[in-house]
Design a protein around this ligand. Sequence first.
Ligand code: DAH
Length: 338
Amino acid sequence: MREKLEQAREQALQGIVGIDSLAALEEIRVRYLGRKGVVTEILRGLGQVAPEDRPAVGQAANEVKAAVTAALDARKAELEQREAALRAQKNRLDLSLPGRRPRLGHMHPIPRVAEEILGIFRDMGFQVATGPDVETEYYNFDSLNTPADHPARDSHDTFFVKPGVVLRTQTSPVQMRVMEKTQPPVAIVAPGRVYRVDYDASHSPMFFQIEGLLVDKGVSLADLKGALMHFVHRFFGPKTQLRFRPHFFPFTEPSAEIDISCTVCGGAGCRVCKFSGWLEILGCGMVHPEVFRYAGYDYETYTGFAFGLGIDRIAMLKHAISSIGHLYENDLRFLEQF
Ligand code: DAH
């Protein structure tokens, strides 16, 4: 029996030396000292030992138990220490690493360009006004001298919400909403979303416009030209050339579109300006007397000018953006360039 105990001690101690994990160590403890462990089994046989030998054998067994337990505890402490050291190394703080800066957001190109444009008109004394995106046909069309059978309605590819109610196709209805509530002089710029059934590289079903309106006594075409030339020179640079090209809008008479010398080639001709040297940037004109009639203004006393521009288009020209889609895809690789 003593021999068996000795053998168990030898084997247990040898086994413990090679153990590499806490789980395996626990297995050894169970194998030798557990309820069905080797040492326990041996002690169960104590009854067969001659009574006078029992104390000695019992003592020997206790010694083996103590020795194995001590070896287990020692190895356990070693393993725990090693694990702690590994963990510490993994979580080590490297104080020489440069800090991580919080990522800062910044303005999207559309509101940025909008702010810049509005700022130029604010400096000229214009105030910012807004109106609803869901608009009545009356404000979007009729009151702007565009009756139901007017061919100009076709070109707008309108989204209808329900009969008589549309998603506004232009910011021009803000003109009428402001005039209804305010007596001249009026000088406003109105930024906002507009909607049209249209989708390709240069059209998005939702895009942004800024409307302008100035009404007072004695406002002339020269004022229109002066204000818009000032805007173009401040926004695109003082060397930019302008061209007023006669056009038609139902709510202005006379009407024009303004072209500027191409921002990419300077007028020599390139793909962006389709080799014409010119880029169209806005529509404008002198407010039609019929519009004043709808607004309740005396068109014998007052005159005014109005204009409308596409913010997306101007942002694309300013930053040489090839597709309007880039402005709405929220791709950080694109947005972080601004
Ligand atoms: N609303 C026009 C459009 O979306 C743009 C426009 C042209 C607005 C002439 C005006 C204007 O106020 O006078 O095409």
